[in-house]
Design a protein around this ligand. Structure first.
Ligand code: GTP
Ligand code: ZN
Length: 292
């Protein structure tokens, strides 16, 4: 039986893309409902279809991860859009997004938009350098320079990405710059699916530069609902690197003596604001009311 990837889900139908570029409209097997299996956009599935008729999804292959909003599976990368201004750049919000994304096993690409609105960019460039120094890719963009925005394209290759960020940071503007190429490439598929003829909200993976990008922004909930306090430290890559020198294995870098992370903060090798954010996230999770 053929395998494919669900690229769109709408009104009980799943649109399954196979390696030959064909899309087959499928329904889920009846037994899925009984077993509470809900296929998601992004799922790799096994399906059955006879001579180009409507098919049935027979099996959903194991997921690497899944997001709730938007409902999507097997995401490799989150493009975190933060504006330099309007709304103003916030390291605490960026660190929140980074922790949530790291905890889902998704790798972040930081994109700082609206660079054209800054008169004095020294402070922001300092932040960009810090995040680069701890292993993140940081792109500085402006819609005033669409060519430069296209530097994002190589990062999309062979990955499934979601775009995330606060309202107004420029997520749609970014997608619009990336889209022309997409419309050229997937013109047949779009007309086949009747894109634009319906207004129902749905999630769809768009093929861009040999990768997929979700057309609906992700990570709209920024609460650490599914996280435990002791997991937060693993979402700060520069802490993980230093933690090998902490005296205690499993050191949480809070009250333990001979903590290499706290020592690195003292020596300003780790940014003190990052450590402060860490402590506040851990407290927030510990204060969370238990859910029954
Ligand atoms: N000067 C400048 N303005 C920008 C840039 N990117 C986006 N904008 C403007 O910022 C505003 C918000 O951009 P959107 O692309 O709608 O932002 P969004 O993140 O999609 O917002 P939501 O749909 O609310 O989530 C618009 O007025 C854009 O024209 C940029 O690089 N420079
Ligand atoms: Zn420690």
């Amino acid at each position: 039986m053929p395998e494919g990837k669900i690229v769109k889900a709408l009104s009980g139908f799943y649109y399954v893309l196979t390696a030959d570029g064909k899309i087959t409209q499928c329904r889920g097997r009846g037994v899925f409902r009984k077993n509470k299996i809900t296929p998601l956009v992004g799922d790799s599935v096994v399906f059955q279809a006879e001579n180009d008729q409507e098919g049935y999804i027979m099996d959903v292959l194991p997921r690497k991860n899944e997001l709730v909003r938007p409902p999507i599976a097997n995401i490799d990368q989150a493009i975190l859009v933060f504006s330099a201004m309007e709304p103003e750049f916030s390291t605490v919000l960026l660190d929140r997004f980074l922790v949530l994304i790291e905890s889902k096993g998704v790798s972040p690409l930081i994109c700082i938009s609206k660079m054209d609105l800054l008169d004095e960019d020294a402070k922001l460039l300092g932040f960009a350098d810090y995040y680069r120094s701890i292993g993140y890719e940081v792109l500085l963009t402006s819609t005033k320079e669409p060519e430069q925005l296209k530097e994002i394209l190589p990062y999309l290759k062979e990955k499934s990405s979601v775009i995330a960020g606060q309202s107004g940071v420029g997520k749609s503007s970014l997608l619009n710059v990336l889209r022309p190429e997409l419309e050229l490439k997937t013109d047949n598929i779009s007309s086949h699916l009747g894109r634009g003829k319906h207004t129902t909200r749905h999630v769809e993976l768009m093929e861009i530069n040999n990768g997929f990008v979700a057309d609906t922004p992700g990570f709209s909930s920024l609460e650490f609902l599914e996280m435990e306090a002791e997991d937060v430290k693993d979402c700060f890559p520069e802490f993980v690197e230093k933690s090998h020198d902490c005296k205690f294995r499993g050191c949480t870098h809070l009250k333990e003596p001979k903590c290499a992370v706290k020592a690195a903060v003292e020596k300003e090798e780790i940014a003190s604001y990052r450590y402060k954010h860490y402590v506040s996230f851990v407290e927030e999770i510990k204060d969370r009311k238990p859910r029954y």
